[in-house]
Ligand binder design. Sequence first.
Ligand SMILES: *[C@@H]1O[C@H](CO)[C@@H](O)[C@H](O)[C@H]1NC(C)=O
Ligand SMILES: *[C@@H]1O[C@H](CO)[C@@H](O)[C@H](O)[C@H]1NC(C)=O
Ligand SMILES: *[C@@H]1O[C@H](CO)[C@@H](O)[C@H](O)[C@H]1NC(C)=O
Ligand SMILES: *[C@@H]1O[C@H](CO)[C@@H](O)[C@H](O)[C@H]1NC(C)=O
Ligand SMILES: *[C@@H]1O[C@H](CO)[C@@H](O)[C@H](O)[C@H]1NC(C)=O
Ligand SMILES: *[C@@H]1O[C@H](CO)[C@@H](O)[C@H](O)[C@H]1NC(C)=O
Ligand SMILES: [Cu+2]
Length: 603
Amino acid sequence: MVESSIQPQGWGRFSANVRPKWASYVCSMVIVLQFLMQSAEADPVLGTSRGYCRPVTIANNKTQDCCLPEPKRPPIPFKLPTNPIMRVRRPAHELAQDVEYVNKYNLAYTRMKALPDDDPRSFLRQWHTHCSFCVEAFLSRYLNGTATPYPLQLHFSWTFLPWHRMLIYFHERILGSLIDDPEFALPFWNWDNQLDPTAGQVPQIFLPYPAGSAFNNPFLHEGKVRNTNHLPPKVLPLDYNAIDEAAGVVNTPEEIKDANLCMVWNMVYNKVSAQEFLGGKYNTSANLGAQGNVTVGESGGAESLHNTAHEWVGMMNNAQFPDNEDMGVFTYAGRDPIFYSHHANVDRLWDVWQTLPDKVTEDGTRTRKEFDDVDFLETEFTFYDENQDMVRVKVKDTLSSEKLGYTYQDMSAADRLWIDHKPQTSRPSFRTTQMAYSPNDYPEVVLNANNTIGSTPVCFKLARRPPNRDDLKGTQVKHIGELSEGLLIEKVMVPEMMYVRFDVYVDFPTANMESDVDKSDYVGSFTHLPSGVTSMKDVTAQVPVADEDLFRELNIRFSIGTALRRIGIKDYSTDITVTVVPKFRPGDENKTITFANLKQEFC
Ligand SMILES: *[C@@H]1O[C@H](CO)[C@@H](O)[C@H](O)[C@H]1NC(C)=O
Ligand SMILES: *[C@@H]1O[C@H](CO)[C@@H](O)[C@H](O)[C@H]1NC(C)=O
Ligand SMILES: *[C@@H]1O[C@H](CO)[C@@H](O)[C@H](O)[C@H]1NC(C)=O
Ligand SMILES: *[C@@H]1O[C@H](CO)[C@@H](O)[C@H](O)[C@H]1NC(C)=O
Ligand SMILES: *[C@@H]1O[C@H](CO)[C@@H](O)[C@H](O)[C@H]1NC(C)=O
Ligand SMILES: *[C@@H]1O[C@H](CO)[C@@H](O)[C@H](O)[C@H]1NC(C)=O
Ligand SMILES: [Cu+2]
């Protein structure tokens, strides 16, 4: 068993390591037995930088090399600390006037930046860690280290939250060690907080302080590429709409606040199952289409919600920064320190999510649980720690921040605002006010036909049925009444280089771009950030193909149970309509995205 835990050493550049034959034989046996014991289909992914890496292609045929150095020592297994010193992460807006913290934070980054490029703790390599793992520079592997032919992509599935949790966990420890402060904790950008109007602004600690003040923070802002239109006092609108912005539409602070509460309620509170909040299973057997499309999985609520902050902070439509640096694109996001603070808040929302009561399902008794699927729990990532050691972390060790030794300052008063949020403007139900309305007047989706989202809203009839015992399979609940009713849009072909956003409404067939999201019939949004594009065509030859040919094939789930009850539909036999409202970016208005199916599904 001890030997098998270091088995992944036996591949990549370390394959020449000498190991007695009998030992590797025993190891293989142990591993085979472990696999047999799990399940015939078990294939947890190993996300590591070892063994293979290619530069990622970004827009306009440029490439960015984000590959990471090889470890100097054999990788070590991650161990949860036994008596951890608690690092308390505090909200960035409350740290703005804390001279000691701001200066310490800046010093840690300044030292990180000064490390040589081949040091995996250097800021360059911290950025590269996100760039490479999130833009398909590596191949996904089996736990024994054998490469699959499929590119690794840690967004768009259940790996999103645990991987980013550990990315910032090690980032924080490295920063702390560089200033000899074992209690150093990252600040979190508390953008869901609508109680304090400064919480949703780009935090002051990432902006220059007045000249001559006691604050010293140049690394946190100098050379960072951001949208100068979105600096304080502007507040991040979680339903950000670049077309409206370009057209000069200005929302009042009150409208922004309501929309923000509604978005967080929908994308966090209303996601009662792990699948809805974290995302779906990572697909380790994705097809490599001739054109190199990537089949990833299903994005969760946390991920869609967090993309908006990326898009809003990054520089947009600037000829000098055509790739929407830094935050606006996966490739460059890690180059802005605000990225780590943004992800600390996403991580905090995961902690909060675990504690939320259930007012979502029919029974109202479902507890929020992480996946118990062995493919999830045994999934492994490698990261570099504060000693430059490569550490192999299993997802099962990432599920409790407290066990990891950090915690978040209590923000429950602000959290409560979105937890208890009810749509402010109750639009009268279309069903009751429009006598002539019937879902039968709208087409049902035709499976695998050319169903498209784009240009104008599209409306489909959705046939509904009650949940049954078969629906319990693969979920973590035993009672039908605890299932969450969802709408699943399948095989959405998302162009890799396109910002995508669309909103979904139930029983509101006339919904359009200007419809207020803070209404009962709004059920959520999907957002997608572009990234560098790598060819899946020929993995070894590293031949880039045209950006516009590449797609990510994703399933997208919307939770509709509460919305239906709020608009007065209390049974499962009433058919409804589903309206998908595209909110693509300026210039993309006429683009279309295809999908294969749209159906009711419980989870
Ligand atoms: C990108 O490179 C390919 C192959 O070299 C070339 O055919 C294509 O025109 C280039 N595209 C752009 C936008 O430069
Ligand atoms: C590693 O695991 C995969 C999947 O179980 C298997 O196909 C492959 O042969 C294994 N490789 C080694 C070297 O054991
Ligand atoms: C994984 O992707 C392949 C190829 O698109 C698909 O056939 C398969 O059903 C997917 N598996 C899961 C679990 O979604
Ligand atoms: C990739 O996706 C595009 C868009 O849906 C599609 O036209 C193309 O056929 C796909 N390629 C493969 C090989 O599946
Ligand atoms: C699918 O629909 C889009 C938009 O209506 C159209 O541009 C495209 O040609 C269609 N594709 C096929 C294969 O019918
Ligand atoms: C989208 O299509 C409309 C109608 O054909 C056209 O007027 C408009 O210029 C197009 N927009 C873009 C960005 O191509
Ligand atoms: Cu990421």
